[in-house]
Design a protein around this ligand. Structure first.
Ligand code: BGC
Length: 725
């Protein structure tokens, strides 16, 4: 693959500026912009270009790349300017924990958080901020000052192999969660990115596909997630995507980078390329500020070729200075030039964050009353490594977890990068052992599930059977269907036929089809639950934790009615140019299902509990800003958390569904709480003629347990409004 070709090129790299750690300096009294301008003005061109063009600091086998002294193996490196106190930029992946690429930093394990979808399922921005802060501290303690996190691409396609890294299908949910995570990361003095800007909605042909979408609709959907994430998180950098967008490569897309991001949104930070996403030095003029992982591009475009353009007067010097200033101002605004704190982060405290995130992210999809499990009796766990641990997603986000040696299923082959990206890594957190600890009086057995018949025969001898079904996803590839692989549907069918008291625990990075749904008593969606995942799953099964996760994306009944029934580009040679249309525009997921009158298998926002909640209808509290209130009450016998969701459900006679508010709230039995939600007017608007236009009309709002379980609506006449882009 491209990484290997690039690896060979890496041998040719050399550095004119040696790495030197930034000196710990007292912050200067002026603001980051003024400071950036002053420092930039003192730099030589060699120093400027050092910040504009960086390498992937991974000495791949055979690449001959020697890292400069003091530079650890990591995703990205740009030399600093020690004489001016500018630190080298050391960038690490990413959203789910600090990544140790190819385990080339021997022994370096890190807290492995649950996948992005699990975090999003918590509907809990405060938790996302804690998770971000934990990752930020671990990054900083290792000397990294840029975190390549903040993945916020919306789930346009339930087959996208990277959906697990992202935050679901809704712009408000994804934007708020991303913004909170970024705030957490940057609180540790580490610049965070937000990525992949924009519409990197599938992995198949990601380098060559042209994502075609109506520009205004893009603003109302995917770009709104980025916009909210940027407003709330203030990331220092935006990472542009691999794909083309309406004909232009995202990293050379003037409309996207200059008109939308820098002009309309007034983004003050820098635009960093994805690794291998630059085609020419002219991308600078389209708004790209920095080339990353330059061995993966055909040329070190933002070094030699850009220097030549500058010498010929084809690039204004002012644009070069601006790019450098943008980088510096983010470094100063976040404090990434300051020394790391002396104390290392506490792994136990971070494990507690990972555990809490796994607990809050687990979604109870179906329960005929079998859950929570009672103390007595016998339980058989069946299937994919449930004796050992939990699955994780593959690719650049995969963390080498704390807590013991992971179990790795290698696909084989001699292509080291491809093998690394395609391997299945199980984190050592055994659901079997955790359940035995929680239910000491029960007889709890395990069957590997390699044979459906054998598993079914064993399951018949137990009171309850729990099948652990998994579907691995990873960067660089998508699934063609929604099926569980490796005969797991047949395994579940066989076990359920032998024992009607069968529960399915899913560890997947996307929605899956459930042909066996009617035959099983309960379904638990655990996503990829991270290093503490086995314990969190067992706690939900045993009832030690009351489930509170809600689906951050719809589970469709089939792919037939999807905007793209077949996955575009599947099976074509890599890098085949391809047009992929997104006619749904901003009608992503539940918004489209509602418009088309389609019923999902499980709806966005759905999630059951072991207690019961009642919701009032929404009430009007104030018109400007538009604020609605609702009351939620725990009517069950157990303490638990609910996530009331406020939806726009119609404008005039047009059904139009959009999530406009949500809050996770913990309530004791009998306790009630009034929740106030101030609505972002952009969620009531269409983007037209360069601005957000809220048409005058009658707007209907309802509180939902999910996008399809809606309470009584409140109807309000609202005046027309126009808001800047
Ligand atoms: C991914 C990015 C990642 C980068 C550095 C790319 O292949 O798309 O998300 O941050 O590599 O590892």
């Amino acid at each position: 693959m491209s990484l290997l070709r690039a690896a060979a090129l890496a041998a040719a790299l050399s550095f004119s500026v040696p790495f030197a750690p930034a000196a710990a300096r007292a912050p200067l009294p002026d603001d980051p912009d003024a400071r950036a301008a002053r420092v930039e003005a003192q730099m030589t061109d060699d120093e400027r270009f050092g910040l504009l063009s960086g390498i992937m600091a991974i000495p791949l086998p055979g690449s001959g790349l020697t890292l400069p002294a003091g530079v650890p193996v990591t995703a990205g490196y740009w030399p600093g300017v020690p004489r001016l106190g500018v630190p080298a930029l050391l960038a690490t992946d990413a959203s789910l924990g600090v990544v140790n690429p190819l385990q080339l930093r021997p022994g370096d394990t890190a807290t492995a958080l649950p996948s992005g979808l699990a975090l999003a399922a918590s509907f809990d921005p405060a938790l996302a901020e804690r998770a971000g802060a934990a990752i930020g501290r671990e990054a900083r303690a290792r000397g990294f000052n840029v975190l390549l996190g903040g993945g916020v691409n919306l789930a346009f396609d339930p087959r996208n192999g990277r959906n697990f890294e992202y935050l679901g299908e809704d712009p408000l949910l994804a934007g708020r969660m991303a913004g909170a995570a970024i705030r957490g990361v940057q609180s540790a003095g580490v610049v965070s990115t937000i990525k992949h800007f924009a519409l990197n909605a599938q992995e198949t042909q990601r380098m060559s596909l042209d994502a075609v979408i109506d520009r205004d609709a893009l603003r109302e959907g995917e770009l709104l997630a980025f916009q909210i994430g940027i407003e709330q998180g203030r990331p220092g950098a935006v990472m542009c995507a691999y794909n083309r967008l309406n004909g232009e490569r995202a990293c050379g897309n003037r409309w996207l980078l200059e008109d939308v991001l820098k002009r309309d949104w007034r983004f003050p930070g820098w635009v960093m390329s994805d690794w291998g996403a630059v085609d020419s030095p002219a991308f600078l003029l389209a708004g790209l500020d920095q080339q990353a992982g330059r061995q993966l591009d055909r040329e070190p475009w933002f070094d030699g070729p850009l220097r030549a353009q500058l010498a010929r007067g084809e690039v204004p010097r002012a644009r070069l200075a601006e790019a450098v200033r943008r980088i510096l101002r983010s470094v100063y605004a976040v404090g990434a030039d300051r020394a790391a704190p002396a104390a290392s982060p506490d792994p136990a405290a971070h494990a507690a964050v990972a555990l809490e995130a796994a607990r809050r992210g687990i979604v109870l999809l179906k329960n005929d009353g079998l859950l929570p499990l009672r103390e007595a009796g016998s339980v058989l766990l069946v299937g994919d490594n449930a004796d050992f641990g939990v699955l994780s997603g593959g690719g650049s986000s995969q963390v080498t977890p704390h807590g013991g040696r992971p179990r790795i299923v290698e696909p084989g082959g001699d292509d080291v990068i491809a093998a690394n990206f395609a391997r299945r890594l199980y984190m050592p957190s055994s659901p079997l052992l955790a359940l035995r600890g929680l239910l000491p009086a029960a007889r709890i057995g395990f069957h590997a599930g390699y044979s459906a018949d054998a598993a079914a025969a064993t399951a018949a001898r137990f009171d309850v059977a729990i099948v652990f079904a998994t579907r691995w996803e990873g960067e660089g590839s998508d699934h063609a269907t929604l099926e569980l692989p490796q005969g797991q549907d047949a395994l579940i069918q066989a076990v359920a036929a032998a024992n009607p008291r069968t529960i399915v625990v899913l560890q997947t990075g996307n929605p899956v089809a459930m042909p066996w749904l009617g035959a099983v008593a309960a379904v638990v969606q655990a996503w990829y639950p991270g290093q503490e995942g086995g314990r969190a799953i067992a706690e939900v099964l045993a009832g030690a934790v009351v489930p509170s996760g809600r689906l951050p994306l719809s589970f469709p009944r089939s792919l037939d009615a999807q905007p793209r029934a077949k996955l575009p580009g599947l099976g074509l040679p890599e890098r085949t140019p391809l047009r992929v249309d997104y006619p749904e525009g901003s009608f992503i997921g539940y918004r489209r299902l509602a418009r088309d009158g389609e019923v999902p298998l499980f709806a966005f926002g759905h999630g059951l509990s072991y207690t019961r909640f009642a919701h009032s209808a929404p009430r009007l509290l104030s018109r400007r800003p538009l604020t609605l209130a609702l009351t939620v009450r725990n009517e069950g016998a157990r303490a638990g958390a609910d996530v009331p969701q406020l939806y726009l459900v119609g404008r005039g006679s047009t059904p139009l569904q959009r999530l406009v508010g949500f809050e996770r709230v913990e309530l004791q039995p009998g306790e009630s709480r009034e929740l106030r939600m101030t609505l972002d007017p952009r969620l009531l608007a269409e983007f037209e003629r360069g601005a957000w236009q809220v048409p005058a009309g009658r707007y209907r709002f309802a509180v939902g347990r999910s996008a399809i379980e809606l309470g009584e609506a409140l109807e309000l006449q609202l005046p027309a409004r126009r808001l800047p882009p």
